[in-house]
Design a protein around this ligand. Structure first.
Ligand code: NAP
Length: 484
């Protein structure tokens, strides 16, 4: 398979928060990898901006170290790193003050794509947008990239949208949800809408239920105080799991085009049923051995914030009425694994009689680790002994199927930043989508806060609280193993 890297147009990319954790861990290493692949044109420039005092060389040294730390060894080529670093410069800018803006304005070149990445806390978005306009750095063609979290409820998301709208049109705003940049997530759309095989079966008549799992092994240590104001619902479900749900459940858009895709996703969110308290399970991981539990990590002995949540959702439309969607996500679980499983119904009648342990068809879309897809099908067990049925996986691991080309699959941040430069918003959330997701999320959070319910404690390294198992057992179903 030939890898086809199409260089993007020449650009000036300003990264506000260029000294921060996200810039060092993801954004700049990602840009280096795109540079290495040949996607970045000769005259592209990356301008980092933050409050700390650095000159260009000191900043380049910081990013050299970040590349050493966060880029795989076989991709670290000394000459390429030098060439990449020569495109970087640094400006000391305070979002809340006037220093540095003139210097920044002087670096922005005419005739380039202009993109401004707000890799800073949301409280600075308004000040940055305002000063970008006041100093005539941004115009009606500039693009602005904003990071999660996009609000903590509907009111704050509306406020952020209104702040950005004062200076930028919706077509200029790129709200990042890095899950949408994952290769498998886009493949999900290719599989659904590029084949005739699945779409006719993709509805309540043939799909028994759908499971979406995003399991992490890490706890919240280090950022416990921040996390305690958020919790799994706000941190993961409202954005990442909701986006996955939308892509699985949406109707075919008429084109793979930003607004067509986002219109269909929005319809799914608006069709979500309210969730009853009995269909929500929340948990906090307990301590194990020397390792602290959630309560210690959050430094809040009274905390009622969930580090795990499982939900059963319904979608009220013709396609999905009657098919439950089970979502779960949590910290300190037994494995780091994210997947979507579409579990099909059994055939209406078995001509082979009762067969012990039959499991039926399942399409598993793995997001991590080992991105790929796997379809479980029933076949006859080979050899003599009558018609005994077994399930075998039809496995398509990207690493195996694509060989060396799989290594060139860009990571989510790399792809999304290049999409910003290309001006393609398909994989970014629109303002109304984010607001609709919060409008659905808010009453659920208010519900458990009002009732004062405490999350159940679960063992670190387990699959989550017992009640989450019961959530499916009572429907005669079971969660898939959380496994690598
Ligand atoms: P961080 O490590 O705290 O970095 C914050 C950055 O903002 C620093 O570069 C800081 O520069 C700059 N900054 C702060 N106040 C400023 C001001 N008044 N004017 C100009 N620059 C200012 O934060 P982060 O982890 O990189 O996160 C950045 C954003 O991405 C946040 O919105 C976060 O929620 C989001 N995010 C982060 C991650 C992640 O993995 N880190 C993941 C998803 C989303 P100085 O220190 O030089 O002042």
């Amino acid at each position: 398979m030939v890898s086809r890297v199409i260089p993007v147009d020449p650009f000036d990319l300003v990264i506000f928060g260029g000294t921060g954790d996200l810039a060092r861990r993801k954004i700049l290493p990602g840009l280096y990898l795109r540079f290495l692949s040949g996607q970045m044109p000769e005259d592209a420039a990356i301008i980092a901006a933050a409050r700390s005092d650095h000159d260009d060389d000191a900043y380049r040294a910081i990013i050299r170290k970040a590349i050493d730390e966060f880029v795989a060894k076989d991709k670290r080529d000394a000459k390429s790193i030098d060439a990449f670093l020569s495109r970087l410069s640094y400006v000391q800018v305070d979002a809340m003050g006037e220093g540095g803006w003139k210097e920044l304005a002087g670096k922005i070149r005419k005739g380039m794509v202009h993109a401004f990445y707000f890799s800073v806390g949301p409280s600075l978005f308004g000040a940055l947008a305002e000063r970008l306009h006041k100093h005539k750095i941004a115009d009606r063609k500039s693009r602005v990239v904003v990071e999660k979290p996009f609000g903590k409820d509907l009111a704050s998301a509306q406020e952020l949208n209104a702040t950005l709208a004062q200076h930028f049109r919706e077509e200029q705003i790129y709200r990042i949800d890095h899950y949408l940049g994952k290769e498998t997530v886009q493949n999900l759309m290719a599989v659904r809408f590029g084949n005739m095989l699945f779409e006719p079966l993709w509805n309540a008549q043939y799909v028994d239920h759908i499971q979406i799992t995003v399991a992490e092994t890490v706890g919240v240590g280090g950022r416990g105080a921040y996390y305690d104001n958020s919790g799994a619902m706000r941190d993961m479900v409202q954005n990442h799991l909701m986006q996955l749900l939308c892509l699985i459940a949406m109707e075919p858009p008429n084109a793979f085009e930003p607004n067509a895709v986002r219109d269909e996703k929005l319809k799914v969110i608006r069709a979500l049923d309210p969730v009853e308290p009995k269909d929500i399970v929340r948990g906090q991981y307990g301590p194990t051995g020397d390792e602290p539990g959630y309560i210690e990590d959050s430094e809040n002995p009274e905390s009622r914030t969930e580090s795990y949540i499982a939900l059963k959702l319904g979608i009220s439309n013709w396609r999905w009425k009657g098919t439950p969607f089970y979502l779960r996500t949590g910290k300190k679980l037994k494995a780091r694994a994210s997947e979507i499983a579409v579990v099909f119904k059994d055939p209406p009648h078995s001509i082979f009689g009762e067969q012990e342990g039959r499991k039926g068809n399942v399409l598993v879309i793995r997001l991590q680790p080992n991105e790929g897809m796997n379809l479980r099908v029933t076949i006859k067990e080979p050899g003599p002994g009558g018609m005994r049925l077994i399930e075998v996986p039809l496995d398509m691991s990207f690493a195996e199927a694509l060989g060396a080309d799989a290594e060139d699959v860009p990571d989510a941040y790399e792809r999304l930043i290049m999409d910003v430069i290309r001006g393609n918003q398909t994989l970014f959330m629109r303002g109304d989508e984010v607001e609709a997701a919060w409008a659905w999320t808010d009453p659920l959070i208010e519900g458990w806060q009002g009732a004062g319910t405490k999350p159940a404690t679960y063992d670190a390294g387990s699959s989550g609280p017992e009640d989450a198992l019961a959530l499916m057992h009572r429907d005669g179903r079971r969660w898939r193993e959380i496994a690598v």
